[in-house]
Design a protein around this ligand. Structure first.
Ligand code: 5GP
Ligand code: MG
Length: 476
């Protein structure tokens, strides 16, 4: 899981990329980086930590040029290595390339082996470097970016939303299934490609549209060109983006995330009504769901857990022990709201069950009599191979446990997860166009040892449909 952005705009882009990355910070807190191009030279700065820790204004001023890309990286267990921070910059022949990626390839081991057998070397363990290899190899053969992206879409299996800069031309493309989000916006004098629309908002820009699955966007001094490189028979948008990852104020593939969560909250009440004194969210991820539940049930919304906003997401802690202590620092119960009361506690998901159990413990200590837990996602029963950093099957609380066993484990008075049907209806995108691998154990791409129902992909060989959209004056 990561956040990516690419901007072309007159008058320098480093500050704009910085603000956009700030807006995407929730998608990754391990490292941040920016590369820019000034017409001849590539500049870059990246480091471990939050956007605000990695950059200051002197650094941003040194990143010259009207085009650039940026990245925030999500901490995946065990791979917290400085050399994995993106974007990556390469020189090949007379070209410079800078690339950043969000997603996860499921055949990277195999592809890497093929390259290594041919004597190629890698300096990181990222999929991004592999994608750059595929691109540069094909560019060397045919000299054509369309062919290079076509090659990517043929050989890469998994999820990939990519922003890339070659000799100052900005590119963005999204895997043919559209697993991870990517959208387009207009800034004052230019264009932006970003993981979520909130990055466009942060710049005071105008959201234009999502990048289509299998589409390649190319932005240069002329304007923007769009090419449909591949077309899949259906899409596989990640449901976890709606449930947890994306910001509630983002619009993803046509759906406002806040509205999706409100609708799920209402469904939670319809599916499992209960008498209670208040509806309390687990902040912040459960808030929109709780608002929806309260509105539909008529039970007052009341915050009874207050979040310390200066603390990062608990999953950043790498050991179980650290994670448990973190919950205590992060959330403080309001005794007066809870004492002797029956509470509907609403959260987005239960993954390992650790946080939920701790939170319920804290609320009981604070005097809550009944705690009815309502969860905005169905039970997560299988791992994600396509970009969400989920634990293995064994660590998933709902693996081999039914809802009643999970309820007992987390010590809730009652427990209900929203049904898959209600989730799909709330998102408003047909079930066939969603990836629900973590809920069903069936994946939209072939994964060795797992059940899959792979999506057929057509390639529009040789003749890419090109559309030119002018921009750049800011006057239209
Ligand atoms: P659990 O009870 O499974 O230990 O934790 C559930 C909580 O973890 C929920 O509040 C949910 O918002 C959060 N969560 C779910 N998935 C992720 C994730 O991928 N990263 C982080 N940081 N938190 C997550
Ligand atoms: Mg949460």
């Amino acid at each position: 899981m990561c956040g990516i952005v690419g901007i072309r705009d007159a008058g320098g882009v480093s500050f704009s990329i910085y603000y956009a990355l700030y807006a995407l910070q929730h998608r990754g807190q391990e490292s941040a980086g920016i590369s820019t191009f000034d017409g001849t030279r590539l500049f870059k700065h990246k480091g471990q930590g939050l956007v605000a820790e990695v950059f200051d204004s002197a650094i941003l001023e040194s990143l010259e040029g009207n085009v650039g890309i940026g990245h925030v990286r999500y901490p995946t267990t065990g791979a917290n290595r400085p050399e994995n921070a993106q974007p990556f910059n390469f020189a090949f022949r007379d070209h410079t390339i800078s690339i950043a990626h969000n997603g996860n390839l499921v055949n990277s081991r195999q592809l890497r082996d093929e390259y290594e057998c041919r004597g190629q070397i890698f300096c990181s363990t990222t999929d991004t470097e592999l994608i750059a290899k595929v691109i540069t190899e094909e560019m060397s053969n045919s000299g054509c970016i369309e062919d290079a992206v076509h090659r990517c879409m043929r050989v890469l299996r998994g999820s990939y939303s990519v922003v890339m800069m070659i000799d100052g031309v900005l590119y963005g493309f999204r895997d043919p299934l559209g697993i991870k989000p990517l959208c387009l916006g207009r800034t004052q004098k230019g264009l932006i490609i970003a993981s979520e629309s909130v990055a466009v908002d942060a710049l005071g820009g105008t959201f234009l549209r999502d990048v289509a699955p299998g589409e390649l966007i190319c932005i240069d001094g002329e304007g923007m060109r769009s090419m449909q490189i591949a077309r899949a028979s259906r899409r596989a948008h990640c449901i976890f983006e709606y449930i947890y990852f994306a910001r509630a104020d983002a619009v993803l593939d046509g759906a406002l995330v806040y509205d999706v969560r409100l609708r799920i909250g209402a469904k939670l009440h319809e599916e499992a009504p209960v008498q209670a004194d208040s509806v309390c969210p687990v902040p912040d991820s459960g808030t929109a769901y709780a608002v929806g539940y309260s509105a539909r049930s008529g039970i007052p919304f009341m915050e009874s857990l207050l979040k310390n906003r200066y603390m990062g997401r608990t999953f950043i802690m790498s050991t179980q022990n650290e994670r448990e202590r973190a919950v205590r620092i992060k959330l403080n119960p309001i005794r007066k709201h809870l004492e002797n009361g029956a509470v509907v506690l609403v959260d987005d998901s239960i993954v390992r069950g650790t946080t939920s159990r701790r939170i319920i413990g804290i609320m009981r200590e604070a005097g809550a009599r009944e705690i009815h837990v309502r969860i905005g996602s169905p039970s997560i029963v299988a791992p994600c191979y396509l970009g969400v950093d989920m634990p293995t099957r064994e660590e998933l609380i709902a693996h081999r446990r039914d809802e009643e066993e999970v309820r007992r484990h987390i010590t809730a008075t009652s427990l209900h997860h929203v049904t898959i049907d209600a989730l799909v209806e709330s998102i408003g995108i047909g079930r066939e166009n969603l990836c629900m691998g973590c809920l069903t154990g069936t994946y939209p791409v072939d994964i060795p040892g797992e059940v899959s129902s792979p999506v057929a992909v057509d390639f529009l060989d040789g003749t890419y449909q090109t559309r030119l959209e002018k921009f750049g004056t800011g006057k239209e």
